[in-house]
Design a protein. Structure first.
Length: 202
C-alpha cells in the first residue's frame, strides 16, 4: 500500500457536521437528516468523491453495497471511478438465478436480514470494493465480502462514510484480510455526545 495513502484520515467537514448536528439515541448516532434518510446531494457528492479518491488505490472494477442506505454513497463512488455498482437486495430477495444469499442478524432491530446477489452481476476475477454508509459491527460488510468471494471475485477493500470504532466492526473486516477506509470515526458515546477521532495536529 502507498505510504502516502491514509485510509482513515478524519475528513474534517464531515467530523464537524457530526459534532455540531449529530444526536444520540441510546448508543446510536443519528445523522439521517443529511446522510441516509434525508440526503443532501451536494454533501454526499463531496463525501463520496473523497471516499473514491482513497479507494481508487485498489483499482476496483465494480462497487458492491447493500440496499438501501448504502446505495447513495456507493453510486457516487462508482460514478467517480467510472465503474458499475451492484447492490445486494435486502427487502425483496427475489433475484435472477443463480444467486448467492446470506442471512445476518440485526441487533438494533432484533430481526434477521437476508441479502441476495445474482451471480449474473458479480463475476470471477472482478476487483470488488465494498461501500456503505456506516460501519458498526461489520456483519453486513462481512456478508458482502463472503458473497463476492463465493462468486469468485477479488475483494480489494471496503469504504464507509462513518465508523463506530467502539463496535469493533473494523477488526471483523480486517480479519477477512480486507483493508478498511472511513471518513469519520466515532470513538465512543459519552454523556450524550459523540467523541470523534481528530485529525493529526488538530
Amino acid at each position: 500500500m502507498s505510504p502516502h495513502l491514509d485510509l482513515t484520515a478524519p475528513y474534517a467537514p464531515l467530523v464537524r457536521r457530526i459534532e455540531s448536528e449529530g444526536s444520540i439515541d441510546g448508543q446510536m448516532l443519528v445523522i439521517d437528516h443529511f446522510l441516509n434518510h434525508r440526503i443532501e446531494p451536494g454533501f454526499i457528492f463531496e463525501l463520496a468523491h473523497e471516499l473514491a479518491r482513497r479507494l481508487s488505490f485498489f483499482q476496483p472494477n465494480v462497487i458492491l453495497t447493500a440496499e438501501a442506505s448504502g446505495i447513495a454513497p456507493a453510486l457516487i463512488v462508482a460514478q467517480a471511478l467510472s465503474v458499475p455498482m451492484v447492490y445486494a437486495k435486502k427487502y425483496s430477495t427475489d433475484v435472477e438465478a443463480p444467486s448467492i444469499c446470506r442471512t445476518i442478524p440485526s441487533p438494533t432491530k432484533g430481526v434477521e436480514t437476508r441479502l441476495a446477489i445474482s451471480t449474473r452481476y458479480i463475476h470471477p476475477g472482478q476487483r470488488v470494493v465494498i461501500v456503505d454508509d456506516f460501519l458498526a459491527n461489520g456483519r453486513t460488510a462481512a456478508a458482502l465480502i463472503e458473497m463476492a468471494r463465493e462468486a469468485g471475485a477479488d475483494v480489494r477493500g471496503a469504504g464507509f462514510v462513518v465508523e463506530k470504532r467502539f463496535k469493533q466492526g473494523r477488526e471483523h473486516i480486517e480479519a477477512l484480510h480486507v483493508p478498511v477506509s472511513t471518513l469519520a470515526q466515532v470513538e465512543r458515546v459519552e454523556d450524550g455526545r459523540v467523541v470523534m477521532t481528530q485529525a493529526r495536529g488538530a
